[in-house]
Design a binder for this molecule. Structure first.
Ligand SMILES: Cc1cc2nc3c(=O)[nH]c(=O)nc-3n(C[C@H](O)[C@H](O)[C@H](O)COP(=O)(O)OP(=O)(O)OC[C@H]3O[C@@H](n4cnc5c(N)ncnc54)[C@H](O)[C@@H]3O)c2cc1C
Length: 477
């Protein structure tokens, strides 16, 4: 019997697992996917938002601002790439100037630190790449950019190191209230737990429906992006927003923690799992982005991708106990700024569980550090020392991102090891660069098979059915 069972290994589920792993509890996380964070956490703008957007007195405002503080602490402790670059909301006319003044007031009410309204001169001095048409801006120095996937992995990996059990390829398909506990039926057998948390992202309504009709409707809303080569990564040094509209925060232009430039997203209501991209939407994003930053060279685009927001008919996050099954807590409608709010969501849910009667005794030997070998970021001396100790660190596998065999092998032996080529890519960055894996994929494929002891025919690019090799030639049999 688990104390707490968490459905969903995105950043909401991972943060709950991380916060719960500080206590002496038996916790498990289930995800239907074959890797963690394969939902919305995998594809978003990667911004730790300062917190001037949500209406004051909402749960979203409170968790957003607390989330920024926690993100900085957690990233430092768990070795997650983060850049405290700040953000700007541009104004192009009097209407926009009035809008950013409202955002400033709202941000002050939400206790966002350091907000400043800039005039045209101050703005252009700070960001010379911005369009001359911009006449002012709201500066939010507390905003950051992060690697969202690694942020989620770092929290979940730390939870696992502290005893949390992770079950991938395990889909919650039924939930039974057994009075003193809840049983969650899956394709991998039944799991019993004193409390169940559902952090199922765009599928929150489907999981809630296993206990009762959800009091909200999820409106999956796809957002598409351009990811540009590192040569474009210094066009701006902060995240550049335009004034938000009824569809959301609008098109942004931002550096990424890896040194690329990200441009997007748009907003298209559609299927929960539809991460397709389309020319019409991308053309519109491009036109909107050059209004902010005219010099962007879209010929340096290396990838388009899309993520799906768990937008809903509610304006706030919905984090509540079910009426039908009181031991079931729903973490739903976690749209943007869900990535930012995540660790504060974890803290909030732990408080809810304590109020429900869950006994919280601190884990005596809680391990709250994590270190990942990153050869690109260390001194030459340190690199040479590592290569002497292990020659695999001297063998470059991904030329574009300079990822070594040693880093890939290390990732394959972590507490949550990847099993797919894209799983390795998300952990170490191989295939993320200009050639998008054209050179390194066959080598990564071989290393996964060798280190994991599986046949190369079984290694997938991503989900089951995406095997790279289908047949073995006669001479290799
Ligand atoms: C275009 C876009 C831009 C965004 N930009 C930002 C941003 O810059 N900053 C910010 O703060 N936020 C941003 N967000 C929002 C943020 O990405 C999300 O709020 C956050 O990632 C949600 O995480 P989650 O864990 O709730 O959901 P998810 O990451 O979707 O995780 C849900 C998990 O549940 C699993 N699951 C679902 N059903 C079941 C089941 N029945 N059984 C088992 N497992 C199940 C899924 O496989 C998935 O892994 C953006 C979102 C989008 C789409």
């Amino acid at each position: 019997m688990y104390d707490v069972l968490i459905i969903g290994s995105g950043v909401s589920g991972a943060s709950c697992a991380y916060m719960l792993s500080k206590y002496d509890l038996k916790v498990a996380v289930l995800d239907k996917s074959n890797d963690i964070a394969n939902g919305t956490t995998k594809a978003n703008s990667a911004i730790i938002h300062a917190g001037f957007d949500p209406s004051p007195d909402t749960l979203m405002a409170k968790l957003n601002v607390r989330g920024v503080e926690l993100a900085k602490e957690i990233a430092a402790k768990l070795d997650v790439p983060i850049n405290n670059c700040g953000s700007l909301v541009l104004a192009f006319d009097d209407g926009d100037l009035e809008h950013i003044r409202k955002l400033y007031d709202r941000g002050c009410k939400n206790n966002v630190p350091g907000l400043e309204l800039l005039d045209k001169e101050q703005l252009h001095e700070l960001e010379p790449g911005i369009s001359d048409a911009a006449v002012g801006a709201l500066l939010a120095p507390s905003a950051c950019i992060i690697n969202p996937w690694e942020y989620c992995l770092a929290m979940l990996e730390t939870a696992v190191v502290n005893g949390t059990e992770l079950f991938l390829n395990t889909e919650a398909m039924g939930i039974t209230d057994c009075g003193e506990y809840v049983s969650v039926e899956t394709n991998n057998g039944a799991f019993e737990a004193k409390y169940v948390l559902s952090a199922a992202g765009v599928h929150a309504g489907d999981v809630r429906r296993l206990v009762e009709e959800p009091p909200y409707e999820i409106v999956p809303t796809r957002g598409q992006y351009f990811l540009l080569d590192k040569d474009e990564g210094t066009r701006v040094s902060r995240t550049i927003f335009q004034c938000p509209n009824e569809k959301g925060k609008g098109v942004l232009v931002s550096p990424t923690v890896d040194g690329n430039l990200i441009v997007g997203p748009d907003a298209n209501v559609g299927g929960a799992d539809d991460t397709s991209t389309d020319k019409e939407g991308l053309d519109a994003i491009r036109a909107a982005a050059v209004k902010s930053v005219p010099g962007i060279n879209f010929r340096m685009n290396i990838r388009n991708f899309a993520g799906v927001r768990a937008n809903s008919d509610q304006s706030d996050f919905v984090i509540e106990k079910s009426n039908a099954v009181p031991r079931f807590i729903d973490i739903a409608c976690i749209k943007s700024p869900g990535l930012t709010a995540a660790p504060a969501i974890g803290e909030y849910v732990v408080e809810m569980l304590a109020a429900e009667g869950l006994q919280l005794t601190e884990r005596p030997q809680f391990v709250d550090t994590r270190k990942r070998p990153r050869l690109g970021n260390i001194s030459e001396e340190e690199r040479n020392r590592l290569i002497q100790e292990n020659p695999q660190y001297g063998r470059i596998i991904c030329r574009c991102e300079q990822v070594t065999e040693g880093e890939i092998v290390a990732a394959l032996h972590t507490p949550i090891p990847p099993t797919t080529i894209n799983g390795v890519k998300r952990r170490v960055g191989s295939g993320m660069g200009r050639c998008q894996g054209g050179f390194c994929t066959p080598k990564v494929h071989e290393i996964i098979a060798r280190e994991s002891g599986v046949d190369m025919l079984e290694v997938c690019l991503e989900e089951p059915g995406s095997e790279i090799l289908k047949y073995r030639s006669k001479e290799n049999e």
